[in-house]
Design a protein around this ligand. Structure first.
Ligand code: NDP
Ligand code: GDR
Length: 374
């Protein structure tokens, strides 16, 4: 049986990858952080009680800032494949916590690689590093491919640049099978609530049912190449199944503005919007709406405003990937379009909003969390 270790297993990608590997018959180990509340919601459906015979999914307490902990887990698990998905992954938050982000996202990667080498597992264990299109930052070429020069624009991206190169370095210096997936933005109903797509689908679904009054956004002119996380974790696995380790760009090759994503999500909720203003001082006003779907909204309502607090000190204005190498070498192609993904996300967030509204009707409301938006 092949054994995999996933850091960041409680995150969006970690949860999809764990499911994918379990379906392939892997024994899957995941590292989760100790938290004062349960933080395993994304993997609860695949959780197996430790008393289960032949348990194939196991969680270990750990942290990418803790060398001895990582070394011990690696020694215990003896993984054939390590997927390093753990990170402080929010770009805006990295400006607030730059040192922590560097420690986890940059040095955390080194800790894992060095532990594999220290334990003498460098010829056995294959290593996947979650690299990012944020490396391109201030873009030098469009579309971006594996050979495009990097120009990171945030503490997050600079930390990930270190992680990218230390992965290449361990491959070159020690002959490790270590590779980078340079993944463009990918989303899903499991996306964290403060990333832009999920903030939009969740926010508008709540507005539709009267749970929230308005969505406050940052730079809605920003252009992104959005794929579905399910398509992208498949590629993470494929990258570790080759004869030779190689780095790959993973992207859809299609680009949209944040404003367009707001428009799609609103349409899924039967709202037609008119955008008035210029990006810095812009609002979205409801032109028409079906009250069977969005009972709390009426024409003329302002459902989106700009909050300059969400603008970043340095922005990545545009990203568009070229995944031709992944297509040619591995036959990978994305199967889910950005619009299909948006529809899926809205449907899930609308279900959650309806559950909340139903509880409310019966006097059982629990407060809805909007704290910590970015
Ligand atoms: P998430 O933010 O959803 O998940 C991040 C995971 O890392 C969570 O499990 C989190 O734990 C864990 N984590 C955070 N800090 C630490 C730490 N100090 N030690 C151990 N684990 C930690 O990210 P995604 O699933 O979206 O992304 C996965 C990886 O891919 C990340 O490295 C991200 O930077 C990278 N990436 C993501 C892209 C995307 O568009 N989604 C694109 C390109 C790269 P907890 O649940 O406790 O918070
Ligand atoms: P990004 O994703 O920074 O690309 O990093 P995010 O969804 O946070 O932002 C995308 C773009 O939308 C703009 N934006 C807003 N973003 C947020 N979060 N909140 C807002 O209110 C808002 N308004 C506009 C942003 O300025 C940005 O231009 C994601 C993460 O998953 C990284 O870990 C990963 O490496 C990259 O994608 C590829």
């Amino acid at each position: 049986m092949t054994t995999a270790l996933i850091t960041g297993v409680t995150g969006q990608d970690g949860s999809y990858l764990a499911e994918f590997l379990l379906e392939k018959g892997y024994e899957v180990h995941g590292i989760k952080r100790r938290a004062s509340l349960f933080n395993t919601q994304r993997v609860d459906h695949i959780y197996e009680d430790p008393h289960t015979e032949g348990q194939s999914f196991k969680l270990h307490y750990g942290d990418l800032t803790d060398t001895s902990n990582l070394t011990r887990i690696l020694q215990e698990v003896q993984p054939d494949e390590v997927y390093n998905l753990g990170a402080q992954s929010h770009v805006a938050v990295s400006f607030e916590a730059p040192e922590y982000t560097a420690d986890v996202d940059g040095i955390g990667t080194l800790r894992l690689l060095e532990a594999i080498r220290f334990l003498g597992m460098e010829k056995k264990t294959r290593f996947y590093q979650a690299s990012t299109s944020e490396l391109y930052g201030l873009v030098q070429e469009t579309p971006q491919r594996e050979t495009t020069p990097f120009h990171p624009r945030s503490p997050y991206a600079v930390a990930k640049l270190y992680a990218y190169w230390i992965t290449v370095n361990y491959r070159e210096a020690y002959g490790m099978y270590a590779c980078n997936g340079i993944l463009f933005n990918h989303e899903s109903p499991r996306r964290g609530e403060t990333f832009v797509t999920r903030k939009i689908t969740r926010g508008l679904a709540n507005i539709a049912l009267g749970i929230e009054p308005c969505l406050y956004m940052g730079n809605i002119d920003s252009l992104r190449d959005w794929g579905h996380a399910k398509d992208y974790v498949r590629m993470q696995w494929m990258m570790l199944q080759q004869d030779e380790a190689e780095d790959f760009v993973i992207a859809t090759g299609k680009q949209y503005a944040v404003r367009e994503f707001i428009d799609w999500a609103a349409r899924e909720l039967s709202m037609e919007l008119e955008f008035r203003g210029d990006g810095v001082d812009e609002v979205a006003v409801v032109k028409s709406v079906d009250n069977n779907v969005a009972p709390a909204v009426k024409p003329g309502d302002v459902v989106m405003r700009i909050d300059p607090g969400y603008f970043r000190p340095a922005e990545v204005e545009t990203l568009l990937g070229d995944a031709a190498r992944a297509k040619a070498r591995l036959g990978w192609e994305p199967e889910i379009t950005a619009q299909e993904m948006c529809a899926e996300m809205v449907a899930e967030d609308l279900k959650a909003a309806r559950r909340h509204a139903l509880l409310d009707q019966h006097g059982l409301t629990v407060p809805i969390s909007t704290e910590g938006r970015s």
